[in-house]
Write a protein that binds this ligand. Structure first.
Ligand SMILES: CC(C)(COP(=O)(O)OP(=O)(O)OC[C@H]1O[C@@H](n2cnc3c(N)ncnc32)[C@H](O)[C@@H]1OP(=O)(O)O)[C@@H](O)C(=O)NCCC(=O)NCCS
Length: 135
C-alpha cells in the first residue's frame, strides 16, 4: 500500500533512494531531505511494505498569489501505478487558493499535466549546471 503524507516527521534521509534519475549530479540523500525542510509545500508517497519514499512533489510560493512546482518524481520501479497522478492531485488541492500555479516541463510531459487541467505556456529558464547537486 502507498500512503501520502505532507510531513517529514518520522522520515529520514535514508528512506530516499533512487531519485534524480538521469541527473548529471543527483542530490545526495541529505540534500534531498533538505528540499522538504525548506519547500513551502510537499507531498511524499511512502511504500508501506518497506517504508521507502517512492515519490515526491514540492512547491514554493509567495503565499499571496503564486506557487511554483519545481520537482515531481516517482522512482522508476513504481511508475505507471497512479502515484504521480495522486501527488499532482494532492499538490493542486493544497495550492488551490493561489491564482497562479506554474511549472516547467519537457514537451513529452505536457499530456500528463493536461490531465489535471494545466495548459501549455512559454517558459524561460536559466540553469547553473555546476550547482545541480544543491548548494
Ligand atoms: C512523470 C511521472 C511523475 C509520472 O508518474 P507516474 O506515477 O508514472 O504516473 P501515473 O501512473 O500516476 O500516471 C497518471 C496518468 O498519466 C499518464 N502518464 C504518465 N506518464 C506520462 C507521460 N510521460 N506522458 C503522458 N502521460 C503520462 C499515465 O498513463 C496515466 O494516465 P491515466 O490516468 O489516463 O491512466 C514519472 O514518470 C516520473 O517520475 N518521471 C521522471 C521524472 C519526471 O519527468 N518528472 C516530471 C518533471 S516535470
Amino acid at each position: 500500500m502507498i500512503k501520502y503524507i505532507d510531513t517529514i516527521e518520522g522520515i529520514t534521509p535514508q528512506q530516499l533512494e533512487g531519485f534524480f534519475v538521469g541527473w548529471l549530479e543527483p542530490l545526495k540523500q541529505e540534500k534531498h531531505f533538505e528540499l522538504f525542510e525548506k519547500s513551502d509545500y510537499f507531498w511524499l508517497a511512502i511504500d508501506e511494505d518497506n517504508n521507502k519514499v517512492v515519490g515526491f512533489i514540492t512547491a514554493i510560493s509567495d503565499k499571496v498569489l503564486s506557487a511554483y512546482i519545481p520537482l515531481l518524481e516517482v522512482v522508476p520501479s513504481q511508475q505507471g501505478k497512479g502515484i504521480g497522478r495522486k501527488l499532482v492531485e494532492l499538490m493542486l488541492d493544497t495550492l488551490k487558493s493561489y491564482y497562479m500555479i506554474d511549472l516547467v516541463c519537457d514537451e513529452d510531459k505536457t499530456p500528463f499535466y493536461k490531465k489535471y487541467g494545466m495548459c501549455k505556456a512559454t517558459a524561460m529558464m536559466f540553469r547553473n549546471y555546476d550547482k545541480q547537486g544543491g548548494k
